[in-house]
Design a protein around this ligand. Structure first.
Ligand SMILES: Nc1ncnc2c1ncn2[C@@H]1O[C@H](COP(=O)(O)OP(=O)(O)O)[C@@H](O)[C@H]1O
Ligand SMILES: [Mg+2]
Length: 468
């Protein structure tokens, strides 16, 4: 087998020569030749073009197909079924836009000529049939271009199939040929032209002159749509969960919503007519995320997820005027900061300002400042300050063993209410807090007693209004 290091080697020499010529005056240094460059990086170790049916590059066999004709009434996506196979191939498509004015002029000339031929009638029947055929085609193209403002393009499609096994290659070529035929496309094998086809399929934007003529076909703008290639929509995230099947190619779809490199956030919205399966799908997600050990919370005004939560040994927390479960908004939890982060109180206060901004209506800067001051005061009552150590209880005898303060060590909304009430100026805030202290929303005004919420993998927060 003759092994040749063609093209790229030549190219390398050319470039090197040029470089040396360019730099003749300054640094015509021999050691440039010995530097490893990009060509060395990408060049294969050998290319064998001795066989007319395939070329061999680094143990990989490449064999090409040229699409030479298309079924004229094809409206479906032409390449759909071959894009969805798992056969290794490179597909190259070239479009060349033709001058509209010149095309219409040529067509008109042709239509005139053929029109006369048909009228002449002194040819045999077959000739006339062909003439009528092209005559109608030409008229159709001209009409589309003039009336519907379409453009005429030349279309070239090359397919280069590769495999490291000749038998498999042959098998794959056969199946691709079959698929293309079923879509109404005729193909030719690129025998004796494998190298040209290979080059045309490289991402270098070069349509090889030697094979161009056999591939060139006319196509109008509307026809180009059917060559749209970006249709194989596979979503396969490595740590994802199965969400269903791709309706086009039956491939399984795995989505990992928490992959922040791929998705901006994990938000999701499910739409569907009633009975379409929205709830079913949501529950399926919950089940599968549970299997992955992901912590989940369900806010459940319809009490729809309670049995699921129970079945998964999650906690159901009922929040309402008569509930005995409380969530203290002023509670600071050890897990509220990531490991290594600092500033429990500062983080908490900035979150609380957000919370009060919601319940008090938009606060201006002055009001926010007052509130912040009062919040610091409330935490100070409980000996909590900006020093993170103040959030831990110390064992008197053993200073090293420190424990994060429990929920009973935290202030509650009522403490804040009392502080706000002291000052006439801040009464307006205090009044707005009344429903949260004494009224219907008083589940916020107590020490948190639903610790399971934070440790359980699934928590169902039932916020339904109706009493049970
Ligand atoms: N993928 C599915 N496979 C089997 N049954 C399903 C599927 N999706 C939904 N269902 C069934 O269809 C019915 C309606 O689904 P549901 O999720 O309640 O609809 P929605 O919440 O959209 O109104 C339920 O009985 C559910 O069990
Ligand atoms: Mg539903």
């Amino acid at each position: 087998m003759r092994k040749i290091n063609i093209i790229l080697n030549k190219l390398k020499k050319l470039i090197n020569n040029k470089k040396i010529k360019n730099n003749n005056n300054q640094n015509n240094l021999d050691f440039y030749k010995g530097i490893r460059n990009l060509q060395d990086e990408i060049a294969p170790s050998y290319i064998n073009i001795n066989n007319p049916k395939y070329i061999e590059i680094d143990n990989m066999y490449y064999s090409g197909l040229i699409v030479v004709n298309y079924y004229r009434e094809q409206n479906d996506l032409l390449l759909k079924n071959i894009l969805e196979t798992n056969i290794n191939m490179n597909i190259s498509m070239f479009y060349e836009k033709q001058d509209q004015y010149k095309t219409i002029k040529d067509l008109t000339y042709h239509i005139g000529n053929v029109g006369v031929d048909i009228k002449d009638n002194n040819q045999n029947r077959e000739d006339i049939d062909i003439a009528i055929f092209t005559y109608n085609d030409a008229k159709y193209i001209r009409k589309e271009m003039q009336v519907n403002n379409e453009d005429l393009y030349f279309l070239y499609i090359y397919i280069n199939i590769f495999s490291d096994n000749l038998k498999e290659l042959e098998h794959n070529i056969n199946s691709i040929e079959g698929m293309l035929q079923s879509k109404g496309m005729q193909t030719r094998r690129a025998s004796f032209r494998e190298e040209q086809l290979f080059k045309s399929c490289l991402p270098i934007f070069k349509n090889n002159e030697d094979i161009k003529n056999s591939a060139r076909r006319n196509i109008l703008t509307s026809g180009i749509i059917s060559t749209y290639p970006f249709i194989s929509s596979n979503i396969f995230d490595e740590n994802g969960i199965l969400v269903g099947k791709n309706i086009y190619n039956n491939s399984l779809i795995f989505v990992d919503r928490y992959n922040t490199e791929k998705y901006k956030n994990a938000n999701m919205c499910i739409f569907g007519t009633s009975g379409a399966g929205k709830s079913f799908y949501t529950k399926l997600l919950i089940l599968r995320y549970r299997l992955l050990g992901i912590e989940q919370y369900v806010i459940d005004p319809e009490r729809e997820y309670i049995s699921l939560t129970k079945a998964l040994e999650g906690t159901v927390i009922k929040i309402g005027p008569s509930s005995s479960e409380f969530i203290n908004v002023l509670d600071i939890r050890e897990e509220s900061l990531e490991e290594g982060e600092k500033g429990y109180l500062a983080t908490k206060i900035s979150k609380l300002i957000g919370f009060f901004n919601l319940i008090f209506g938009n606060l201006n800067e002055e009001e926010k400042a007052i509130l912040e001051e009062k919040l610091i005061e409330v935490y100070n009552l409980k000996n909590i300050n900006f020093d993170d150590n103040s959030l831990f209880n110390y064992d008197k005898e053993n200073i090293i063993s420190k424990k994060f303060k429990s929920s009973k060590d935290m202030p509650i909304l009522e403490d804040l209410y009392n502080i706000l009430n002291k000052d006439e100026k801040n009464k307006k805030f205090a009044i707005k807090l009344i429903p949260f202290i004494k009224g219907s929303l008083n589940f916020f005004n107590n020490y948190t007693n639903v610790y399971l919420l934070f440790f359980n993998k699934l928590s169902n927060i039932d916020i339904s209004r109706q009493e049970k």
